[in-house]
Ligand binder design. Structure first.
Ligand code: 5RP
Length: 230
């Protein structure tokens, strides 16, 4: 299967969630990049929307596609957020934060009336943590403490490093570090989300449980919308 094509299909399906006059939360990542381009095309055809970014990456995508930006600080409500995800389980719980934007992504999602996620089918898993670690945004001075606590919870934490692009750890848009926590496939992601979030020094955890209203899954044969159980 062509992964890029599946992302394009999912992004296209999410366009049906956007209506004239909407304030749209714009997620982060390569799948949202397709959505931003398509939204830009619709705006050129006359659709009126404003977008609230979830990262500097989404600011860039908005600027590149001539989308009107609203700072998060200036909005009281968001009509719909469209964002990507790293893993999605059958209850629509998700891991997010590969792009290190989880903190702002969660705030924007919690302000949105409707929460739409777009993924290729390679992101679907039986249980979260099957293929990806949980990104945790931490205050820099607390990273060793948080890593020790994650180990006590049974996880294997790793400080995310910038690799060739910078010496030392990566620094998020908010000036923090990311600890990637590897766990065995999770039976109860909701309780782990609460447990990690409660650690002093943790800014946000990349488990998004009970957040998604719908996940559009791009497949080679088309798109499948997975909706939240009512
Ligand atoms: C960034 C994210 C992204 O939405 C997530 O990593 C999906 O990205 P992509 O669409 O490139 O696979 O959570 O923090």
């Amino acid at each position: 299967m062509n992964f890029e094509e599946s992302k394009v299909r999912a992004a296209k399906a999410a366009l049906s969630e956007v209506h004239d006059g909407f304030v749209v939360g714009l997620g982060t990542g390569s799948t949202v990049k397709h959505f931003a381009r398509m939204l830009g095309d619709e705006v050129r055809r006359g659709l009126r929307v404003k977008v609230v970014p979830t990262s500097y990456h989404s600011v860039e995508m908005a600027v590149d596609n001539a989308l009107d930006l609203l700072p998060l600080e200036a909005v009281e409500a968001i009509d719909v957020v469209v964002d990507g995800a790293d893993e999605v389980d059958r209850d629509l719980n998700m891991i997010k934060g590969r792009g290190a934007a989880l903190a702002r992504e969660k705030v924007v999602a919690s302000m949105a009336r409707r929460r739409v996620y777009i993924v290729g089918e390679d992101k679907l898993v039986e249980k979260l943590c099957s293929t990806k670690p949980i990104p945790i945004e931490v205050l820099p001075f607390a990273y060793r403490y948080v890593m020790k606590k994650v180990e006590e919870m049974g996880g294997s934490p790793k400080l995310r490093r910038a690799g060739e692009l910078k010496d030392g750890p990566i620094v998020t848009d908010n000036g923090n570090f990311i600890v990637d926590a590897f766990f065995k496939p999770l039976d109860n992601p909701r309780s782990l989300e609460a447990e990690i979030k409660a650690l002093p020094g943790v800014v946000e955890v990349g488990l998004f449980c009970g957040v998604a209203d719908v996940v559009y899954v791009g497949r080679s044969s088309g798109v499948v919308p997975l909706a939240k159980h009512k």
